[in-house]
Structures are given as C-alpha cells and as structure tokens.
Ligand binder design. Structure first.
Ligand code: NAD
Length: 499
C-alpha cells in the first residue's frame, strides 16, 4: 500500500493542497512506497505565518524551560530508536546500524542544545566607564528555515532544528522529498515533548517551497545542506533578500596514506569511509592518495581483495556492509561516472557497474568500483560522484599529496594516515580543508565543536552545531547603561569615550 504523507504545520498533519506530489521509493525494490506533497507558495506562506505567530511566545520562555522540552524529546526518541532507524533505512537505503548512527549524531546536537541556559549567557563589563556598565545579550532572530539533503534525514534536520529552537526561534524544516518520513516523525515527537505547535513546522516540497522561504521577509535566516550548485544559489539568493545564510555543499574528501602508515588500519579506514552508506556521505572518502609507488601498489592490492569480500545487500540485511543507493537516477549517475573514468584513461581495478542483487533486481543497487592511476585533470577526480567509487591518485611525495586536497575546489574533509607526528602537524596546519582527521577517516567533529567545509563545500562564515550554531541562530544586542547617580557631566558634544 502506498502511504500518503502530509506536511506538519501548527502541530498537525496537514494534507497537501497543491496537487503536486513526489514518489518516495523503497530503494531495496525500486517500488513506490509513499507519496509526499510538494508545497506551493500559499502553503509555505501559511506555515511561515503560523511559525511567526507561535514564535512570539516561545521566544519569551526562559531558556531552562525550553531546554526541558529538548530533554523530554531525547527521552522520547530513545524509546523508539529502532523503529526510527528502520523507517530511515527503508526510505534512504543505508543499513539499519548505519541509520542508528545517523540518528545518534543528530541526538548529540540536541544534547548540546539542551545546554542552552549556559550557552545563551551574555557578556558583562562592570564599570566600563565611571558608573557605566555594558552587557550583551543574544536574542532569537524569529522565524528561521532549514533545507536538508536526503543523505542524513535525521542528523541534519536535528543539527539545525535543535539549536534554532533552543535559541527561541521558530524553525521551518524543508526536508528532502526523497526520505521525508523520519523528519515528520521527529516533529511529532517534539510536539509530544512539549514544544508548542508552530515552533517546528515541516513543509515538504521542492523548488517552489524553497523559493518562498528565500523570498518571504518573515524568514530571517536559512540553513542549507545539499549539493554545491544549489548551496551557491541559496546563499546568493538569501543574501539578495537580506537574510542570514549558511549553506553547505558537496565534497571530494581525500585520504593521504604515508609510507609509514599502518597499512591494515588505512585499508580498514578506506573500505569503511569509501563504501559505507554506498558512498552517499558528504564526509565519505572518495580519493585515496598513497605516497610512493610501493605504498600505492600495496594499498591497491589490499583494497582489491577487500572490495571482493564486501557484502552488498538490502538495507535491512543485518550482514550487509552497504545497501542500495537512494534512487534510480543515482545508480545511473554512478555508472556513467565509471564509464567516464574508463574513457578518461583511469585504470578500473574493480568494476561494480553490472552488480545486481538476486531477488532485488528492481532495487537501486550499485557495486563497489575502484580506479587506480587517476590524475588531477580527470573529471572523475574533480567532480563529486556520490556513490561507491574510490579513486586512487598516486603521489610521488608528501608535498604532491598535500597539494591535491589543498588545490581541489572542494574543501570539506581530509584525512592523513601516518605514524609521524611532525608530518601530521605540518599537514593539519597547511591543508586547505575545513575538517581534518589524523588516522581518523571521517573526522565529523563532536556536537560541541563545529562542522563545516571550506571553498566550494561551504558558503557563509558560521559552521553548523557547536558554539557557531548559537551565534547563527541569535543576534547580539549590546546595552550600555548608566544610572542617574552617574550622570553628572551635563551635555557632551564629542563621541563618548570611557573615562
Ligand atoms: P540536493 O542539492 O539535490 O538537495 C538538497 C535540498 O535542496 C533538498 O531539500 C532539495 O529538495 C532541495 N533542492 C533541490 N533542488 C533545488 C532547487 N533547484 N532549488 C531549491 N531547492 C532545491 O542534494 P541531495 O542530493 O539531497 O544531497 C546530496 C548532496 O548533499 C551531496 O552533494 C552531498 O555532498 C551534500 N551534502 C553535504 C553535506 C555537508 O555538510 N557539506 C552534508 C550532507 C550532504
């Protein structure tokens, strides 16, 4: 049976009225399992109006009371982790254990945001001038919106919603139309946890809903995560409409393997970070850079063996290393990139193009592919493939290896595998990338630090979660005050200076 999904506005499931619908697939079978309404301008505006009304009171709740809602939400989610992970896996195609990770990394940001009474404490200077005190406070900005990608349907909505609402804003989530059921369920759980209706509205949709959020003056700030062309468009359009924006885009994450690295550790790391979640992670490693021919030969030989032993299966197969991709389009895109790599002259060591899973022939499966002798001028190196394809670029020495991620247009994550502290220190200081791992292949920072890429991977000056998220979702007011007993000087016609 095909489920009919809704929006979630004002604390209620709201059926779509635009008539436009998108299919939500079961990537294991290729069948349609649900239809999601795509909001038009009027429906999106109604959600904004509802949020604006609700925010006025929410913004006046004391921060401790707001934090209690987050703490109750954490308890409620804890009670249904498994069903949420299964729902997520069934629409996205990542394995159930990986879906648990998606949820967990989102919840960690809710835990961080539950510290909002402490995080919102302002600054105070006693006696900045004679009888004058100065304090700064952080005020909510009003209605804010988040537009999120398909590949982390729990984590990224929570990364945005939790700090936004903890700061006293109303948040409108426009999740990916490809896997919207988990975001809808999370919104229900927030309501059950005591969040007032309208503080978290979920508007499903595509371009029209996003354009409305970008243009409506009641939306003060937008956070986006998705592909780079859309991130750049949203950043520019939000700025043109006078809005604050932070937009995170695509990636091409390199892993440098030095000759002194523990090769077993490096191969384990590459297999997991390259092919986990079928490569559909913005922090997936898609380029391996062994330094020196001997390192490269050994690495490629071991990778080839390990790829042969990978188990690709349904997302609910407890033994599967990775499941299907999210859509038929994604499978076609991955295959055409493998074709392109062959045309460009890279050496295809493992060819995953013809993979099918017996019994799931209609599913969106792609086998793991491995290219060796990829060079920096090839499109398979320059562009994000976003699938289970790993490219090996051989570097003659450390300086050449360092130059690759530093000069690449994307700058999300990078990893270095070495035993040498000097090399690691030099690398972490010089590489032109937002997040760096030393013997850690996927260096997604913990919730109380911040997450964000550089160059074409991130637009805007504040990162996600951690202290930056509190800055992004509030604006600072600074008050300079003096009481009558300190006002003794009469009129002053020069710029005040503190004496
Ligand atoms: P996408 O850009 O297709 O979609 C992201 C969001 O934008 C969705 O909500 C979608 O509905 C909306 N959207 C799509 N086209 C639009 C348009 N023309 N106008 C307005 N809105 C539009 O991305 P995706 O395929 O869902 O996600 C995969 C991409 O996200 C990859 O490039 C991946 O690297 C990136 N990603 C980046 C990060 C990061 O933190 N840098 C994290 C996760 C994913």
């Amino acid at each position: 049976m095909v489920r009919e999904l809704t929006h979630f506005i004002g604390g209620k499931h709201t059926p779509g009225t635009s008539g436009a619908l998108a299919d939500v697939y079961d990537p294991n079978t290729g069948e349609v399992q649900a239809r999601v309404p795509l909001a038009n301008r009027a429906e999106t505006e109604a959600a904004i109006a509802d949020a604006a009304e609700a925010q006025r009171e929410w913004g006046e709740w004391n921060p401790q009371r707001r934090a209690r809602v987050l703490l109750r939400f954490l308890q409620l989610v804890d009670g249904e982790r498994d069903s949420l992970a299964r729902l997520l896996s069934a629409e996205h195609g990542k394995t159930v254990p990986d879906a648990h990770g998606d949820l967990q990394r989102g919840l960690e940001v809710v835990e961080f945001a539950a510290g909002i009474p402490h995080l919102l404490k302002g600054e105070f200077t006693d006696n900045a001038g004679t009888g004058i005190d100065v304090h700064s406070l952080r005020r909510p900005i009003g209605v804010v919106a988040g537009i999120t990608p398909f590949n982390f349907p729990a984590m990224i909505p929570l990364w945005k919603a939790a700090p936004a609402i903890a700061c006293g804003n109303a948040f409108i989530l426009k999740p990916s139309e490809r896997d919207p059921s988990v975001p809808l369920r999370l919104a229900e759980l927030f309501l059950e946890a005591g969040l007032p209706p309208g503080i978290l509205n979920v508007v499903n949709g595509g371009k029209e809903a996003v354009d409305t959020l970008l243009e409506d003056p009641r939306v003060e700030a937008l956070g986006f995560v998705g592909s780079t062309p859309i991130a750049a468009h949203i950043y520019a359009t939000a700025a043109a409409h006078g809005k604050r924006a932070q937009c995170f885009g695509g990636a091409k994450n390199h892993m440098i393997v030095m000759p002194d690295a523990d090769l077993d550790q490096a191969v384990d790391a590459l297999i997991g970070a390259g092919y986990g979640s079928a490569g559909e992670r913005c922090m997936a490693i898609s380029v391996a850079v062994p330094v020196g021919e001997a390192t490269a030969d050994a690495l490629v030989a071991r990778l080839k063996d390990r790829i042969g032993a990978l188990r690709i299966g349904r997302s609910d197969d407890a033994e599967a290393d990775f499941g299907p991709l999210v859509s038929r389009d994604a499978v076609d895109r991955v295959r055409s990139y493998v074709d392109l790599g062959v045309e460009e002259g890279a050496e295809l060591v493992v060819d995953g193009r013809d993979f099918t899973l017996p019994g799931s022939e209609g599913g969106f499966f792609a086998g793991a592919s491995l290219f060796d002798r990829v060079t920096a001028d090839m499109r398979i190196y320059q562009e994000e493939i976003f699938g289970p394809v790993l490219c090996v670029v051989r570097a003659a020495d450390y300086e050449e290896a360092l130059r690759l991620p530093t000069e690449h247009p994307y700058g999300n994550g990078v990893a270095l595998f070495t035993r040498d502290g000097d090399t690691a220190r030099d690398f972490t200081r010089r590489v032109d990338t937002g997040m760096v791992g030393v013997n850690v292949p996927i260096p997604v920072p913990v919730a109380y630090h911040t997450f964000g890429g550089w160059k074409r991977s991130g637009f805007g000056d504040l990162n996600q979660h951690g202290p930056d998220s509190i800055r992004f979702y509030t604006r600072t007011k600074t008050v300079t005050s003096r009481w009558p007993s300190g006002t003794k000087e009469g009129a002053s016609f020069t710029l005040p200076t503190m004496r």
